[in-house]
Ligand binder design. Sequence first.
Ligand code: SF4
Length: 368
Amino acid sequence: MLKYFIKTYGCQMNESDSERMAAVLENIGYKKSDDLKKADLIIFNMCAVRQTAVDRVHGQLKNIGKLKVKNKKLKVFLTGCILDCDKKKLSEKVDLIFDIRDLDKITNYELLKNSKFKNYNYLKITPKYKCEKTAFVPIMTGCDNFCSYCAVPYTRGREYSRPAKDILKEIHGLIKNGCEKITLLGQNVNSYKSEKSEVGSRESEILNFSDLLKLINNIKGEFKIDFLTSHPKDVSNELIKTIAECEKVSKNLHLPFQSGSSAMLKKMNRKYTRQDYLSLVKKIKKATPEIKFSTDIIVGFPGETKKQFEKTVSVVKKINFDLIYVNKYSARKGTAAEKLYKDDISLKEKKSRWRIIDNFNKKKDVDR
Ligand code: SF4
């Protein structure tokens, strides 16, 4: 029996995509291998958001030649978030590079030609969930926001929202099988849009993210609903009310703010100011006093002065985040920031700013 091995880098969306790939492969008789060396098909699901993940894939591919000598049948595929410049370099080292939206196309590949998933929207494929108790359910993919540092709009393309009926069907199935926590996924879940007519109510109205949360909240059963990721500019009053009122919706909100300096936010093309963010947090806390926030921060964005960095620190102090994912800026090829701004903050300074922010996480660990 042929064996597959999937290595996933990056975010939960990639993890969820890998679960769909596993379903396609197992449908045609492949068996999962936990050992890359014993596989006949290796798929790397890449992430281009950070250079470290890209470097790791390059590192893994160095050893593939030796494996191919031992196993003549071995094929290596690459998918996920891949920048065009990396695609060119990597294409010589692998047998196939495919866009995850074209998952059905891998079934045209000689090895996989018996699959029934031909000409299929890949999000319709029922995943092989790693864990059915806590499942990831994509509701949208892609992004139209073009934050200046981010590669996602180039690698995943424009926003696409899954039909609500498909999402509800998937969730009903999970709840029936005992799922206790559903995490709704999307690059910007707040901008979810689906036709209302798709779920049988009045026609020509748009179903937004709040509507979708309410529909999921109304599904019978004991489970929690979480969601990732929210863009502060798209958190509406309606959504704030929905989070407060829906008992199944988690009261932990991941709300990336990236920088406490309005000038930096403008350069990042985030479309909100420091004050907008602080006011939004205040409004959400007023509606849901028990809410806990986590966030993403970039330190060392081009031109970030010490004073501007201090503004980020002051937001961290004000909000008392439960968890902070802090990243040192690294230019991603083809993004606006890479084209427009010089990566002029030294690595030493980025590391020092990173430590200052990360210490807030450490203090939390001690308090816990
Ligand atoms: S909202 Fe910004 S950071 Fe998030 S995926 Fe879209 S472009 Fe990237």
